[in-house]
Ligand binder design. Structure first.
Ligand code: ATP
Length: 368
């Protein structure tokens, strides 16, 4: 059968907290989201945006004030956590320190009284899947952080959950191991064919692993989309600035034709190919630093240029980050390859870009 695109349905989820000072926090403010059966979906947002609250509610560790969560058509919010076909992997591996790896991984099967032969075989398979075959007899203290997190993963998948929740599981690992584990996690999810809901505040991590990213801000969904969509077509200024580096040019449409608009940004005129904004409308344009170049690259599409006064140049290995200001004083940055142009403070440099690389952030719809 084809995997359901709406295997999990979060419907109008609301959750408030009252602070000790008596303030009200809308941790979840009307979250609705369908999730597919074999999807790697990431909840991404700054601290306090409601990621963990949503995950805890799906797991059954926290309750909704109103709304519902359906799994394969059935509401699960009345079920206690241990009855849900859902497991969670936390940042802290939470292994039992006095139990061997094998007993940690097999714990769920022992509770369910699965016979020893099958239990041992499934423990071995789960450890194989996370790349740790044959270490059943070790104690958690004899393992590295990355290995302990793999054991926690093996423990979480052994009873074949329909849904795996991962709450910043890689944040305790060092950078290289983290990058490696990101790819391994994605592979594991594909192999298992089950849904992973992954929580992180790390944009790159979200872009690397996810089928779709849910960007949360203040308990609300800002945007849901593929990594490509949220990066290249952010629907709000928050998404544009939270994911990746960005230059945002705010201005007013002063000319409009069939081929585009001219936007006056405090004295700097920018041409955009977007014809949806109206004359006189306030718009915000996004130009990513990596779309700017010190030399015109004349292959395809119309180009435009901006003049920036350099303030600071940072060598980051493969590229240079240039920070400075446009003629209108707007702080601006570019990411460019090595160049013959002298990059001296207070020098003026010309930055070229394809006009098609400009993205218009839709203006906020008036609340209805
Ligand atoms: P982080 O990345 O820091 O973990 P988060 O996005 O996971 O943040 P949540 O932990 O879901 O955010 O919290 C959302 C909001 O609800 C925050 O403002 C938080 O302070 C508040 N909150 C969460 N749990 C409680 C609680 N038990 N009592 C009061 N306020 C809470």
């Amino acid at each position: 059968s084809t995997p359901s695109l709406e295997y999990i349905k979060i419907r109008h989820a609301h959750r408030q907290f009252i602070t000790p000072e008596g303030g009200i926090i809308n941790a979840l403010d009307d979250i609705s989201l369908p999730i597919a059966q074999s999807e790697f979906i990431t909840l991404l947002g700054p601290s306090g945006c409601g990621k963990t609250t949503l995950l805890k509610i799906v797991a059954g560790f926290e309750e909704l004030d109103s709304g519902d969560i359906l799994l394969d058509g059935q509401s699960i919010i009345q079920q206690p956590a241990h009855k849900r076909p859902v497991n969670t992997v936390f940042q802290s591996y939470a292994l039992f320190p006095h139990m061997t790896v094998g007993d940690n991984v097999g714990y769920g099967l022992d509770i369910a009284k699965v016979n020893k032969v099958e239990r041992n075989q499934r423990v071995a398979t789960a450890l194989d899947m996370v790349g740790l075959g044959g270490i059943e007899q070790r104690l958690p203290s004899q393992l590295s952080g990355g290995q302990q997190q793999r054991v926690a993963l093996a423990r979480a998948i052994i009873n074949r959950p329909k849904l795996l929740l991962l709450d910043e599981p890689l944040s305790a690992l060092d950078k290289n191991l983290r990058l490696q584990m990101q790819l391994e996690l994605k592979n594991l999810q594909t192999e298992l064919g089950i849904c992973f809901i992954f929580v992180t505040h790390d944009q790159e991590e979200a872009l690397t692993m996810s089928d779709r990213i849910v960007v949360l801000n203040g308990g609300r969904i800002e945007q849901v989309g593929t990594p490509d969509e949220v990066y290249h077509s952010p629907q709000t200024e928050f998404v544009a600035t939270f994911i990746g580096e960005s230059n945002i040019l705010s201005g007013t449409v002063i000319e409009k034709s069939e081929t585009g608009i001219d936007v006056d940004c405090d004295g700097v005129t920018i041409h955009s190919l977007d014809t949806t904004p109206e004359l006189g409308e306030e718009v915000k344009l996004l130009l990513r630093p990596e779309h700017l170049s010190l030399t015109p690259n004349g292959q395809e599409g119309a180009q435009a240029q901006l003049t920036m006064t350099l303030n600071q140049t940072v060598f980051i290995g493969s590229d240079y980050q240039l920070h400075g200001a446009l003629e209108n004083g707007l702080a601006f940055s570019a990411l460019t390859r090595k160049t013959n142009t002298p990059l001296i403070k207070d020098n003026k440099v010309t930055l070229y870009y394809q006009i098609s690389a400009l993205h218009t952030i839709p203006s906020k719809k008036k609340p209805t």
